[in-house]
Design a protein around this ligand. Structure first.
Ligand SMILES: CC(C)(COP(=O)(O)OP(=O)(O)OC[C@H]1O[C@@H](n2cnc3c(N)ncnc32)[C@H](O)[C@@H]1OP(=O)(O)O)[C@@H](O)C(=O)NCCC(=O)NCCS
Length: 220
């Protein structure tokens, strides 16, 4: 039996615990971790430990664990890479009611929430998060470490690059590409390609400004 550990203990983590519950896997769920967690913190009946506990678990025990990372910010990538260096493996968390084409390609450690629809030849990159009720149509692509907020849709051949954040209710029309590390504001309809490192929003969606790593820290 594997032991599930969740990286992050915020709102998104609590939502994703619902998926383990609905999968009937709560008994496998061991604990959550977050940076500088205060002692005896409990989230949805499970203990929260400081992230450093992952270093303290012995190398021989680590293969028994499966990690999952519901942190909706770019901080996720560093933390996941650190855990891979520590030889932890990641879980795939797919809600039982998600409709996932057998001809789609879903990466490692991907989170797919309730009511998602992923169609033929769609690709979801490693450690991406698809929050509730999203559609990834045929041949569409979501890049690694990207976060897609509820009620968003990528139409056929649309693409979202690596490490992007799409706010709630974003729609990308067929064949349009969002670059890497873009932040697309809630409710946007993306009708033209968006370059890398850009914040864009509106309907039609327009680039507003470029984003540096420092800007990203301020956004969350
Ligand atoms: C894009 C975003 C980060 C901008 O935030 P911000 O920099 O604080 O922007 P402000 O709220 O100061 O708004 C600045 C202007 O842009 C407009 N604006 C902001 N977000 C917009 C959006 N998504 N679409 C259209 N216009 C938007 C505001 O109306 C305001 O216009 P005004 O100057 O004419 O009054 C934010 O509005 C957003 O969309 N966040 C997504 C949140 C989300 O969906 N999270 C998912 C949770 S699951």
């Amino acid at each position: 039996m594997v032991k599930i550990v969740m990286l992050g203990a915020g709102g998104l983590a609590r939502e994703m615990m619902d998926i383990y519950n609905e999968q009937g896997r709560l008994d496998d769920f061991e604990f959550l971790v977050e940076d500088n967690s205060r002692e005896r913190k409990i989230v949805n009946e499970k203990r929260v430990f400081d992230t450093n506990i992952l270093n303290e678990i012995s190398e021989t025990e680590r293969p028994e664990y499966r990690l999952i990372c519901p942190i909706g910010t770019p901080r996720r990538k560093k933390l996941i890479e650190r855990c891979i260096d520590l030889h932890y493996q990641f879980d795939d968390l797919h809600h039982p009611n998600a409709s996932i084409s057998k001809w789609s390609n879903i990466g490692t450690g991907v989170i797919i929430s309730a009511n998602n629809i992923i169609k033929s030849q769609a690709e979801i990159g490693d450690y991406a998060i698809l929050n509730m009720s999203c559609i990834v149509s045929h041949d569409a692509k979501v890049g690694k470490y990207s976060t897609i907020s509820p009620f968003s849709g990528l139409m056929g051949f649309a693409e979202v690059g690596d490490e992007c954040f799409l706010g709630a209710g974003v729609n990308i029309i067929p064949g349009v590409k969002v670059g890497k590390r873009c932040y697309i504001g809630a409710g946007s309809t993306v009708t033209k390609d968006i370059p890398d490192d850009t914040m864009a929003f509106g309907s039609p969606c327009k680039p507003i400004r470029t984003l540096s790593p420092e800007d990203w820290k301020e956004l969350f």
